[in-house]
Design a protein around this ligand. Structure first.
Ligand code: 3MF
Ligand code: MG
Length: 339
């Protein structure tokens, strides 16, 4: 089988290296400049926040013109827009969260901004809306009513599904950071909510490897479960060294075997969504090397596809039947060492 994958990333994946403890160490590139890198790096499409396209405070007419201009930039580069994600974590009215904020006017802001993101998606030509519910959670449990919060998230999803009968909602769940505890912390939580939504067929998930790892889960099993539901519509592949802050390391760079299992699951299931690489360059990376992590992650993915395609399925079946997992483990490790 020689299926090809479509690769995507977001403008935020070419970054200045600023972190909570230090300023930028690389120049901030204009989005138009970043877009020129995509094809050279072997990427096909772009993942976008609403305000990557046009500033969030623009009026209707200016927004329409701005989106048309951005679409032309994409077309000129031969790139497609994969999704739009409302950025509900930077504006002062999202300090306490968006959909679950205790203030009614803050909740209204989050809903209006999300509907506007749907309109931008329509104008730019994608039907996928990604919700990374960054601040929908708490620093202390007593701050919000968790039962009401679940309902408010469902109500927001339904409002968006109603706003446009064509769009799909993809939840990108993450258990913590920036919050101490997020509501709906895993893909499984969001999936369960999808079945309660007004139109479950248009509700699914994007799974990020690092987010699953932070939840103590295995990304390949999370993806497999979601594929079984036919609801894995996008992925953010990267890697993560243990339970600390979200690292967005290059795909496969910490645990090659975990990365292999991820690729193998996608291959076996004939996954046909985009392969998004939500990876970050190290702060030590010099400006001239600031896209290497993207190129490398894609290369590692493709090498692992080759390994997955060369696996001896009959041998694996036999080792499983014999319950010889010691031999199975050695077989996989040797494959990964190039044997
Ligand atoms: C945070 C993330 C986000 C999302 C992005 C698109 C900034 O851990 O992964 O990256 O991927 O907002 O939804
Ligand atoms: Mg992500």
């Amino acid at each position: 089988m020689s299926r090809t994958y479509r690769f995507t990333f977001g403008p935020w994946n070419i970054s200045t290296g600023a972190d909570p403890f230090g300023p930028p160490v690389r120049p901030d590139l204009a989005t138009a400049v970043k877009l020129r890198e995509y094809k050279k790096l072997g990427f096909d499409g772009v993942q976008l926040h609403d305000d990557d396209v046009v500033p969030a405070d623009w009026g209707a007419e200016q927004t329409r013109k701005g989106v048309a201009e951005f679409k032309k930039l994409l077309d000129d580069e031969g790139l497609f827009p994969e999704f739009i994600a409302p950025r509900l974590w930077e504006h002062p009215q999202t300090v306490d969260g968006g959909y679950t904020a205790n203030s009614e006017s803050d909740r209204r802001y989050a809903l209006d901004r999300s509907k506007r993101a749907v309109d931008i998606a329509n104008m730019i030509g994608t039907r996928d809306i990604v919700l990374w519910l960054a601040r929908e959670g708490t620093y202390i449990r007593e701050a919000k009513d968790p039962i009401l919060a679940s309902q408010r998230i469902l109500d927001a999803v339904n409002t968006l599904l109603d706003h446009d009968k064509n769009i799909r909602i993809l939840g990108e769940m993450k258990p913590n950071e920036p919050m101490d505890q997020a509501y709906l912390p895993t893909p499984g939580h969001f999936l369960a909510m999808c079945y309660k939504a007004g139109d479950p067929k248009r509700c699914g998930v994007l799974i990020e490897s690092a987010h699953s790892i932070l939840a103590g889960l295995d990304p390949s099993d999370d993806m497999a479960y979601t594929l079984w539901h036919e609801k894995l519509w996008s992925v953010h592949l990267n890697d993560q060294n243990g339970l600390k802050y979200d690292q967005d390391k290059s795909f496969g760079s910490v645990d090659l075997r975990r990365a292999f299992n991820t690729v193998w699951v996608l291959e076996r299931a004939n996954y046909d969504g985009c392969v998004g690489l939500d990876v970050k360059a190290m702060r030590t990376t010099k400006p001239e090397n600031q896209t290497k992590h993207l190129k490398n992650s894609r290369a590692i993915f493709l090498r692992l596809v080759e390994v997955a395609r060369s696996v001896d399925a009959a041998l694996i079946d036999r080792l499983r039947a014999e319950r010889d997992y010691e031999a199975l483990e050695l077989y996989v490790l040797e494959k990964l060492m190039g044997k």
